[in-house]
Design a protein around this ligand. Structure first.
Ligand code: HEC
Ligand code: HEC
Ligand code: HEC
Ligand code: HEC
Ligand code: HEC
Ligand code: HEC
Length: 450
């Protein structure tokens, strides 16, 4: 353990020295208009670009005072963050402006000005809108009383400039020991994008620098002279936070996955299909290792991971199931992003072929597919408790042909405090008519019980 620690810190110091040494030459030369303010206007499409973004997008670097008025030399000589904490730094660019729709793909949190009672968060990325953390629901009537607090709806990232606080109920990651007080964007994403994928698919922290994001269908393929960023800049083996040195380092690398280029959008006509390949559950296991363990006090232990292959009957259910009572589907069109699966591969050619948001590939699972954490959960946030993709707490997802809302006469125990519009957003704007008039849980996509 001690030797691992030493190795890690030496490695990091080396990385930083290297960064500092090459930064003025390469980064600034490659990106002449690299100040944070110019990114908002000039080149919003490229910031991290799969690796370390321009330092002054996140740090108050000596000599740049644009972001915080006059800077005095002694303070600016440090790499102080622009926001009050890491997540607040990220949200400066990643929270949508007031009134913002899904115009920018990388918005992953709605503006609080758009989250008045009954109005749903608007960002529709695969990870989900952190704005759901600000939505508290309480209901009572017909002998039914309940609540669904905002903090249950996602990973509670601490971002004090944006009024996101630590989870007040769960003090650690269930099934693991990651403290909720240290949870931020950089708990999961490496802010310096150091983890990179090389031509053989291996993830590492050394070798040629990333030439681009590796997350997209259109991302270049790495070759002998180049690498691309890990999926979504997710951190891998041995990662740990600087300001939280007590935590145990990650033991699993980022998953193999590919997102379509256009990924923050309503799915009323076609799905946003991220091609998940393998390793997502193992990666979540960096903080939730024991969630599968039968000793963990969870009422719903479920198989999940590279080894949790869909049996032939589960594969058949997925391919035939359309809605409650409707098993007339076919494997060529059965895919739904409400219940994604891993394809059981790390072959990026296959993954790039499958990823799309225009309906070009709607195939369901075959042969090697497996169930994973994101078959049931979203990574950031959702409208439901335990970050599930759809409501696992009510008998019906659709009631009398409509998404159940407090504004359309659905029983309070089914609407559970939400408006119809809010529920529709949790289905990423799909019409309720895609489902049965009295649609039950989407566990049935794989189990076809009703
Ligand atoms: C996307 C935002 C972002 C960008 C861009 C960025 N940093 Fe950082 N940096 C951070 C955050 C957040 C931390 C705090 C890390 C922690 O606590 O683990 C940090 C910490 C650091 C540290 C101190 C801790 C460490 O990791 O050794 C150094 C040095 C540093 N950054 C240098 C740089 C340099 C040099 C660049 C430009 C080449 C850069 N950073 C670009 C967000 C960023
Ligand atoms: C100066 C604005 C800015 C800041 C600050 C910023 N981002 Fe980004 N981020 C962007 C833009 C623009 C994109 C889309 C283009 C790209 O990936 O370079 C993006 C994309 C991303 C992606 C997807 C990248 C991929 O390759 O799939 C992740 C993940 C991400 N940001 C995380 C973070 C985290 C974590 C922080 C804080 C440590 C942060 N960002 C801070 C502007 C910013
Ligand atoms: C618990 C881990 C975790 C935390 C905390 C987290 N992310 Fe992510 N993020 C992920 C994963 C996993 C994905 C990939 C989701 C997918 O493809 O289904 C992702 C995806 C993204 C994307 C791509 C768009 C999307 O939603 O799919 C961006 C941008 C991003 N994250 C930024 C951030 C920022 C900014 C923060 C902090 C405000 C943050 N993330 C906090 C794990 C995390
Ligand atoms: C860096 C550590 C870390 C990683 C990686 C991580 N989580 Fe978490 N997770 C936490 C912490 C801490 C909590 C408890 C605090 C909270 O819920 O905000 C938590 C809570 C949860 C919850 C319960 C939410 C609630 O409030 O009931 C779910 C579900 C969850 N995580 C799923 C996932 C999935 C799925 C992944 C992989 C995509 C993942 N986590 C990756 C740290 C992590
Ligand atoms: C088949 C669907 C399914 C899969 C797969 C799944 N979960 Fe869950 N998970 C649920 C449901 C439903 C709940 C809420 C009900 C419950 O706690 O029993 C839940 C609850 C949780 C919680 C909250 C537990 C608590 O004590 O509050 C965490 C954390 C979590 N899951 C993490 C994960 C991780 C990590 C994975 C992948 C290794 C995963 N889940 C795979 C369906 C699933
Ligand atoms: C992506 C497909 C998928 C989804 C969605 C899914 N399951 Fe499963 N489930 C499986 C697979 C695969 C198995 C392993 C057994 C098999 O293949 O028949 C399984 C097994 C089970 C088992 C038996 C567990 C055991 O240890 O034998 C139960 C109970 C179960 N699932 C409940 C649920 C519930 C509840 C949900 C919704 C929250 C759900 N499943 C959603 C794929 C899925």
């Amino acid at each position: 353990m001690t030797s691992m620690l030493c190795f890690r810190s030496i490695h990091l110091i080396f990385d930083r020295l290297l960064l500092l040494a090459v930064m003025p030459l390469t980064l600034f030369a490659a990106a002449p208009c690299a100040s944070a303010s110019s990114f908002f206007t000039n080149r919003p499409e490229l910031f991290h670009n799969g690796g370390t973004g321009p330092c002054d997008g996140c740090h108050l670097v000596k000599g740049t005072s644009a972001n915080r008025g006059a800077t005095d030399d002694s303070a600016s000589a440090s790499f102080e963050l622009i926001g009050s904490d890491p997540s607040s730094t990220c949200l400066r660019c990643h929270q949508a402006p007031a009134g913002g729709g899904q115009s920018m793909d990388h918005y992953i949190a709605s503006n609080p000005a758009d989250l008045a009672g009954g109005s749903p968060p608007r960002q529709l990325t695969p990870g989900g809108d952190f704005g759901w953390l600000k939505k508290n629901y309480r209901w009572s009537g017909n002998g039914d009383k309940g609540e669904s607090l905002g903090e249950r709806h996602g990973h509670n990232i601490v971002a004090i400039d944006f009024n996101y606080g630590a989870d007040a109920t769960l003090s650690m990651s269930p099934g693991g020991t990651y403290p909720s007080s240290a949870l931020s964007c950089i708990s999961c994403h490496d802010p310096h994008g150091v983890y990179r994928r090389s031509a053989d698919g291996a993830i590492g922290t050394s070798g040629p620098p990333a030439i681009s994001s590796g997350s997209y269908k259109s991302s270049p393929d790495p070759d002998v002279a180049s690498t691309v960023g890990s999926y979504r800049l997710l951190a891998g083996k041995e990662y740990r936070l600087k300001h939280f040195p007590g935590g145990s380092p990650f033991t699993a690398d980022p998953p193999a996955a590919v997102a379509p280029d256009n990924y923050n959008r309503g799915e009323s006509v076609t799905d946003t299909r991220v091609a998940y390949g393998s390793g997502m559950s193992e990666w979540c296991g960096n903080c939730h290792a024991l969630i599968h363990n039968n000793n963990y006090p969870n009422t719903r232990i479920h198989p999940s991971g590279n080894g949790a292959k869909l049996s032939m009957s589960v594969t058949a259910n997925y391919n035939f199931y359309i809605a409650s009572g409707n098993l007339s589907g076919s494997s060529s069109s059965s895919y739904t992003s409400m219940v994604p699966f891993e394809m059981g591969t790390d072959d990026y050619r296959e993954l790039k072929e499958a990823a799309n948001s225009n309906g070009s590939d709607k195939r369901g699972p075959s042969g090697n597919a497996n169930v994973m954490c994101l078959s049931c959960h979203r990574a950031h946030a959702s409208g439901w408790d335990s970050i599930t993709r759809s409501n696992e707490r009510a008998e019906f997802l659709v009631y009398n042909g409509r998404y159940p809302g407090i504004d359309n006469g659905a029983p309070s125990g089914i609407a559970q405090g939400r408006t119809e519009a809010e529920v529709r957003k949790t289905f990423y704007d799909r019409p309720a008519a895609l489902y049965a008039s009295y649609q039950r849980s989407l566990c049935n996509k794989c189990h076809a019980k009703d």
